[in-house]
Design a protein around this ligand. Structure first.
Ligand code: UN1
Length: 494
C-alpha cells in the first residue's frame, strides 16, 4: 500500500476536495511507486488562498528578523537531513545523488542568505527638497504569492521563491510540479516544524490545468512566481496581464558554449559534457548548443563524442552512474522526436539518438547522451529547447560569427566562452544576449547570492536569487514625513 500524502492548508494536512489522487513514480523504475498525492482543483486552491490571506494578515506584522529565524531553522533541518533528502530526490526525480545533494545544498545556501536578509531588507533614504521633510523608501510585502515550481530542481527552486517570500512578509500558496510532490511535501513539513504559523505557507498538489490554472486566476493572489516551460509561462503571463497581477517568469533556455581555437580543449570538453549531460540535460541552464571555432572543431568533436559515448546510464543512487533517467515517458518521447527532427533537417547523430532499454534501464526513462554534428543555425535543434541529454554542435569561422549564431535564438539564459584571450572574453561578455555568462566554465553553476534569470523569452525582466529577488517579493513604499508644521508644496515652495 503506497503512502498517501495530503495538501497543507491553513496549518492542517487535508485531502483534495475531489478525494482523488495521482501517483508519484520513480523515473528510473516505473514499478517503484513513491506515493499517492492529492489531485487538487479550484476548490482546494480557493481554500488555500483564503488561508493565505488570513496568514498574511498576521505574518506581515511579525518583524522581519523573526520571520527570517524560521527560514534559518528550516535551513538547519535541510543541512541535518541533507543525505536523506538527496536520496529521496534521486528516487523521485532521477538525478544522480551528487547532483541531488547539490540541489539540497542550494536550498541550504538560500536559507542562509535569506536569513541575513531578515536584518537587512534595506530601504533607501534620500534628501528632500523642502526643509523639515524626511523621505525614505521602504520595502513592504506584496501579499499572497503563488509559487509554481518545476520538477528539475525539486528543492532548490522552491526555496528560491518561498524563503525570500516569507522573509519579506508574504504568505504563500505553493503548487509544485506533479512529478516531484514528495520533496515539496518535505520542504513544507520542514518549514512548518521550524515554527511557521498556519496559513502562511499552503501546499496544493496537482496538475497545472486543474490546480495551477485556478491558482494563477484566483483574485486573492497578488503575485505569481513561475518557473517552467515557455509555453506555460506565456499562458501564466497572459492571465496575469488580464487580471492585473504581478508576475515573475523563469522559462526556457537554449544555452550555448563557445569554444575558441585558443581554448584549453580538455577543459572545454569537460564543460560541454557537464553542461550538456549533467542532470540528463534537464536544467534551464543546460548547454544544448556548442559553437566551436572551425580550427579546433574536429579535435573538439572527437573528444566530446568519445566522452559522451563513455557516459554510464543508470539509477542515480548507483555510484557508477554518470547520467540518470529523464523525468517521464512524455519527455522521453519529446527528446526522441527532436532527434528525428534533427535527422530530417540534415544534422548527423554522432552518438546516442535513441532511448536506452538494455537490462534494468527498460524499467525507466533513459535516453542515450546524444551529439549532433553538421548543425546549421536555422535548424530547430539549434533553436528550440529540448530539455534532455542532447547537444547540437555548430561551427563558426571566428568569434563574431560564433556570437551571431549564439544570439540567433529567442532565449537568453546562460552562455559560456572558452578562450585564453582576454579581449575575446570581454567581447563575448558584452555581446552575448543572456542573463548569465561564464568564462572558462560551463553554462551551469549559478550561486544563490547572484541574480538568476535570462533575457528575451527566457523571462520577463525579473531575477530570482541574490538581492534582486527582493524586488519581486516586495513593493516599494515611499514615505514622506513633514515635521515643519506648515503646508509645504513640493515643486512650488522651493
Ligand atoms: C535551473 O535549471 O532551473 O546553475 C536552475 C545551475 C543551478 C540552477 C539551475 N545552480 O545550473
Amino acid at each position: 500500500m503506497a503512502h498517501g500524502y495530503q495538501n497543507y492548508i491553513g496549518g492542517e494536512w487535508v485531502p483534495a476536495a475531489s478525494g482523488q489522487t495521482f501517483d508519484d513514480l520513480n523515473p528510473a523504475d516505473r514499478d517503484d511507486l513513491i506515493g499517492r498525492f492529492p489531485r487538487s482543483d479550484a476548490r482546494d486552491v480557493d481554500r488555500a488562498v483564503q488561508a493565505a490571506q488570513e496568514g498574511f494578515a498576521r505574518w506581515a506584522r511579525v518583524p522581519a528578523p523573526r520571520r527570517a529565524e524560521v527560514v534559518r531553522k528550516a535551513g538547519e533541518t535541510l543541512r541535518r537531513r541533507k543525505d536523506e533528502l538527496g536520496r529521496l530526490m534521486t528516487r523521485e526525480m532521477g538525478k544522480v545523488l551528487t547532483e541531488a545533494l547539490g540541489d539540497v545544498q542550494e536550498g541550504i545556501d538560500t536559507a542562509e542568505y535569506m536569513f541575513g536578509e531578515g536584518r537587512r531588507l534595506f530601504g533607501v533614504q534620500a534628501p528632500c527638497e523642502l526643509p523639515q521633510k524626511f523621505g525614505v523608501a521602504i520595502r513592504v510585502p506584496v501579499g499572497v504569492v503563488a509559487a509554481i515550481t518545476p520538477w528539475n530542481f525539486p528543492l532548490a527552486i522552491p526555496t528560491w521563491k518561498i524563503f525570500p517570500a516569507l522573509v519579506c512578509g508574504n504568505a504563500v500558496v505553493f503548487k509544485p510540479a506533479e512529478d516531484t510532490p514528495l520533496l515539496a511535501t518535505l520542504l513544507v513539513e520542514i518549514l512548518a516544524e521550524a515554527g511557521l504559523p498556519g496559513g502562511v505557507l499552503n501546499l496544493v498538489q496537482g496538475f497545472g490545468e486543474e490546480a495551477g490554472d485556478a491558482l494563477v486566476r484566483h483574485p486573492g493572489v497578488h503575485l505569481v512566481s513561475f518557473t517552467g516551460s515557455t509555453e506555460v509561462g506565456r499562458k501564466v503571463a497572459t492571465i496575469c496581464a488580464a487580471e492585473g497581477k504581478k508576475v515573475s517568469l523563469e522559462m526556457g533556455g537554449k544555452n550555448v558554449i563557445l569554444v575558441m581555437d585558443d581554448a584549453r580543449l580538455d577543459l572545454a570538453v569537460d564543460g560541454a559534457v557537464w553542461g550538456g549531460f549533467g542532470t540528463s540535460g534537464q536544467r534551464c541552464t543546460a548547454a544544448s548548443r556548442v559553437i566551436v571555432h572551425e580550427g579546433v572543431a574536429s579535435a573538439f568533436l572527437d573528444r566530446f563524442v568519445e566522452r559522451a559515448r563513455r557516459l554510464r546510464l543508470g539509477g542515480g543512487l548507483e555510484p557508477t552512474t554518470d547520467v540518470g533517467p529523464v523525468i517521464n515517458a512524455r519527455q522521453l518521447q519529446r527528446i526522441h522526436e527532436y532527434t528525428q527532427i534533427g535527422r530530417s533537417e540534415g544534422a548527423r547523430v554522432l552518438t546516442g539518438g535513441e532511448p536506452a532499454t538494455e537490462g534494468a534501464l527498460a524499467r525507466g526513462h533513459f535516453y542515450r547522451p546524444t551529439v549532433f554534428a553538421d548543425v546549421e543555425p536555422k535548424m530547430r535543434i539549434a533553436r528550440e529547447e529540448i530539455f534532455g541529454p542532447s547537444v547540437a554542435v555548430l561551427r563558426a569561422k571566428n568569434l563574431d560569427e560564433a556570437i551571431e549564431i549564439a544570439n540567433a535564438t529567442n532565449y537568453g539564459l546562460s552562455s559560456a566562452i572558452y578562450t585564453r584571450d582576454i579581449d575575446r572574453a570581454f567581447r563575448a561578455i558584452e555581446a552575448l544576449a543572456t542573463g548569465i555568462t561564464y568564462v572558462n566554465a560551463s553554462t551551469i553553476g549559478a550561486e544563490v547570492q547572484f541574480p538568476f534569470g535570462g533575457v528575451r523569452q527566457t523571462g520577463n525582466g525579473h531575477r530570482e536569487g541574490g538581492w534582486t529577488v527582493l524586488d519581486i517579493m516586495t513593493e516599494w513604499k515611499t514615505v514622506y514625513i513633514d515635521y515643519s508644521g506648515r503646508l509645504q508644496r513640493a515643486q512650488i515652495d522651493v
